[in-house]
Design a protein around this ligand. Structure first.
Ligand code: 13P
Length: 286
C-alpha cells in the first residue's frame, strides 16, 4: 500500500525518459474501465495513469471519482496515478487536487498565450502548495472529441511560446500540438516530429502526446524517441467499452446480471490497455 502524490508521477516520467519508454494514460468513464486499466497494468507490471474527463466529472462528481481513484492508487501493486484530463476550468482543477488527484491538466490552449499563462499559473500555485502537479497545453490538439474540438490549421506549437509558458508558470508537464488529433483519424496522422524534437531540445520537462487512438505503433515509438514521456488514449477505450457491451448484451440478453456482462466487457478493454502499454514499451517497467 503506497500513497502517491505529484512527486511520484514526476519520478515515473523521469524513469520513462531515462528508460526510453512512455507512461500510457487512459481516460476512463466509470469503475469498469478503471478496473480494466488497473488489472492490465498489474498483469504487465507497468506504470500507468488513469484519467477523468470533465464530462464524467460533471455527472459523477470529483468527491466520488477522487475517492475511488485514491483507493485504486493505494491498492495497486504498480505505480498508478489518477489525473484530471482536459479541464478548462481552473476551479475544477483546484477542487480535483482537494479530492486527492495527484495530477491535473488545465487546458487553456484555445485562449491566447497570456491567458493560457495566467490560468496555468493559477492552477500550478494551488497544486504545488498541495503536493500535486500540473499539465498544460500549448499549440492545439486537432479533431473533435470530448476533450474539446479544434478544426483550424493553426495547431502547431511554437517553440518560443512553449518556453515562455513553462518559464512563466512552473508547469510540470506539457501537452503539445504537433499534428495529433482526438478521436479517429481519417487516414494516417501527420505528426511534425521535427517540431517535437525542437521543443524537447528547448525544454527540460516531460512532454505529452495526446490523441493516441489510431496513431500507428511506429509513429508512437518515434515520438517517444523524440521526447514524448506520456501517451494519452481515450476514444479506443470508450469505443471498445460500448461495442463490446452491445455485442455481449446482444449474445447473452439484457436479463443477464450487469456484473456478468461487465466482467466480460472489462476483459475486452484490458486487451486494448495491454496493447497500449506494449506500444509505449512500459511493460515490465513497474
Ligand atoms: P484519443 O481519444 O484520440 O485517444 O485521445 C485521448 C486524449 O488525448 C486524451 O487526453
Amino acid at each position: 500500500m503506497e500513497t502517491y502524490n505529484g512527486n511520484t508521477l514526476m519520478k515515473m516520467l523521469h524513469d520513462a525518459d531515462e528508460g526510453g519508454y512512455a507512461v500510457p494514460m487512459f481516460d476512463y468513464s466509470d469503475i469498469w474501465d478503471q478496473m480494466a486499466v488497473l488489472e492490465a497494468a498489474e498483469e504487465l507490471h507497468a506504470p500507468v495513469m488513469f484519467a477523468s474527463l470533465p464530462i464524467g466529472v460533471n455527472e459523477i462528481g470529483l468527491e466520488m471519482l477522487g475517492a475511488i481513484g485514491t483507493v485504486t492508487m493505494k491498492n495497486a501493486s504498480v505505480p498508478m496515478i489518477h489525473h484530471l484530463d482536459h479541464s478548462t476550468d481552473t476551479a475544477m482543477c483546484c477542487k480535483a487536487v482537494d479530492c486527492g488527484y495527484p495530477s491535473v491538466m488545465i487546458d487553456a490552449s484555445k485562449l491566447d498565450l497570456e491567458t493560457n499563462i495566467l490560468h496555468t499559473r493559477e492552477v500550478v500555485r494551488y497544486a504545488h502548495a498541495h503536493g500535486a502537479v500540473v499539465e498544460a497545453e500549448i499549440g492545439k490538439i486537432k479533431g473533435r472529441g470530448y476533450e474539446g474540438s479544434f478544426d483550424g490549421g493553426d495547431f502547431l506549437v511554437k517553440t518560443d511560446d512553449a518556453v515562455r509558458l513553462v518559464r512563466e508558470t512552473g508547469v510540470d508537464t506539457l501537452a503539445i500540438g504537433i499534428g495529433t488529433a482526438h478521436g479517429f483519424y481519417e487516414g494516417k496522422p501527420e505528426i511534425n516530429f521535427k517540431r517535437l524534437e525542437e521543443v524537447n531540445e528547448a525544454l527540460d520537462l516531460p512532454l505529452v502526446l495526446h490523441g493516441g487512438t489510431g496513431i500507428p505503433e511506429e509513429d508512437v515509438r518515434r515520438a517517444i524517441r523524440g521526447g514524448i514521456n506520456k501517451v494519452n488514449v481515450g476514444t479506443q477505450i470508450r469505443c471498445t467499452y460500448m461495442k463490446s457491451a452491445q455485442e455481449i448484451i446482444g449474445k447473452r440478453g439484457y436479463t443477464t446480471h450487469t456484473v456478468e456482462i461487465m466482467r466480460d466487457v472489462k476483459e475486452e478493454i484490458k486487451n486494448v490497455v495491454k496493447y497500449w502499454i506494449r506500444v509505449c514499451m512500459a511493460d515490465g517497467k513497474a
